[in-house]
Design a protein around this ligand. Structure first.
Ligand code: ADP
Ligand code: ASP
Ligand code: MG
Length: 407
């Protein structure tokens, strides 16, 4: 008998019919002899609906109260799935984050899990029950409800799997696994049988939604076997694995995109020590995450400084930057929210030269202008005009993945 954690995403529990289907799937797994813990997301669209409501009653919703609201989405789906399982004649019990005690820090909206108390789950499993846990939510030290950030149910599932030493954490979603690029926008995307943690972290952090970054970090740290697969079929999906030598031969394993960032430029910043820190400190203090930064000094003793922030935060960032710009006597501030970051990811890049040059050539051939570039050991990202996103993905996928290997 193995202990299995199954996580179902929003589309898997989007309707009452889907919830009943999932209940049958869960029961079948239990009847095949496994102990089952299910982690559930809110019904598809629900978290967005709740967020919109919060913004309708408050211009800048208080973060604590917003988390109380957002956590309700998972409370509904958890309860509905438990009811559906019980109706099939199987004992099942639901738990919210605070009932198990999934303890997090107090960073509302992006809380990190500190510990999972497994006592009540173990007792329920001993009683022969299927355990259903609300994803995405926890409590801080003072019992305030917290949420883990978008896609956070993935992290809840891996954390529960780690705490209970589960044999596998199955992430059930609306695609058959992790693909070489988003299968929704590129029909030639191919499913990967396995992907290393490092590559998956880069893919998630450059926009592939399929797993939340933190869930991959936890899977690596606690050696939790993770299997991403479809809730609609029984085919094998993608396994997260430790990197091995055979992976080096693949130059690029994935192409990703992110349309959720905005670009801010401060013009003619005097080129003096301390000014970058003066610009970025207030942004950091406002808890705004800066992604790419480019600075290039010109001969007239000034420098233009360009960086990207999440679209959701760019208005707040602009008001902070405008204040600093006037203090330091920069020439002005411009913003462009219509950008996309397109990236190629692959551990093979560590050992191959010329990947960036080829990426730039492929984009140039389509007349796509590159506005910013950043690289890591296993990733190259470019910022382009948002309207070319799909085209860029298709041509990069064709050049690097469909014709593997020829630089
Ligand atoms: P869930 O609601 O099950 O958590 P998500 O919407 O968070 O599902 O993640 C699955 C979605 O991620 C897919 O529908 C797909 O459009 C998107 N996606 C983006 N990039 C990839 C990729 N490389 N492989 C698989 N899915 C991807
Ligand atoms: N319901 C949350 C979201 O939409 C968490 C999740 O689905 O993983 O982001
Ligand atoms: Mg998700």
């Amino acid at each position: 008998m193995a202990l299995v954690v199954q996580k179902y995403g929003g589309t898997s529990v989007a309707t009452v019919e889907r919830i009943k289907d999932i209940a049958r799937k869960v029961v079948a797994a239990k009847e095949s002899g496994h102990e089952i813990i299910v982690v559930v997301s809110a019904m598809a669209g629900e978290t967005n609906r709740l967020l919109t409501l919060a913004h309708q009653v408050s211009e800048a919703p208080d973060e604590r109260e917003r988390d109380v609201l957002l956590a309700s989405g998972e409370q509904v789906s958890t309860s509905l799935l438990t009811l559906a399982i019980r109706d099939l004649g199987h004992p099942a019990r639901s738990f919210l984050g605070h009932q198990i005690r999934i303890e997090t820090d107090n960073a509302y909206g992006k809380a990190r899990i500190k510990s999972v108390d497994s006592t009540r789950i173990i007792q329920a499993l001993k009683d022969g029950e299927i355990v259903v846990v609300a994803g995405f939510q926890g409590v801080d030290e003072e019992d305030n409800i917290t949420t883990l950030g978008r896609g956070g149910s993935d992290t809840s599932a891996v954390a529960v799997a780690a705490a209970l030493n589960a044999k596998v954490c199955e992430i059930y979603t609306d695609v058959e696994g992790v693909f070489t690029t988003d299968p929704d926008i590129c029909p030639t995307a191919k499913k990967l049988d396995r992907i290393s943690h490092e590559e998956m972290i880069e893919m998630a952090s450059t926009g592939a939604k399929v797993l939340q970054i933190r869930s991959i970090e936890l899977a690596k740290k606690f050696a939790v076997p993770v299997h991403v697969r479809s809730s609609f079929t029984d085919v094998q999906g993608t396994w997260l694995v430790e990197e091995d030598e055979s992976m080096d031969s693949v130059l690029v394993s994935g192409v990703t995109y992110d349309k959720d960032e905005a670009k801010i430029t401060i013009l003619r910043v005097p080129d003096r020590p301390g000014l970058a820190s003066q610009i970025f400190t207030p942004i950091a203090e406002a808890n705004i995450i800066v992604d790419m930064i480019i600075q290039n000094a010109s001969e007239d003793g000034t420098t233009d400084l360009t960086f990207t922030v999440p679209k959701a935060d760019y208005k707040k960032a602009i008001s902070l930057v405008e204040k600093t710009a006037s203090v330091i006597q920069a020439k002005g501030v411009t913003v462009d929210p219509h950008i996309a970051k397109v990236s190629i990811v692959g551990v093979g890049m560590r050992t191959h030269a010329g990947v960036a040059a080829k990426m730039f050539q492929v984009l140039a051939r389509e007349g796509i202008n590159i506005e910013m570039i950043s690289t890591s050991e296993i990733k190259i990202s470019v910022v382009i005009d948002e309207k070319y996103t799909e085209l860029a993905i298709r041509v990069l996928h064709a050049a690097f993945i469909e014709k593997q290997g020829n630089l």
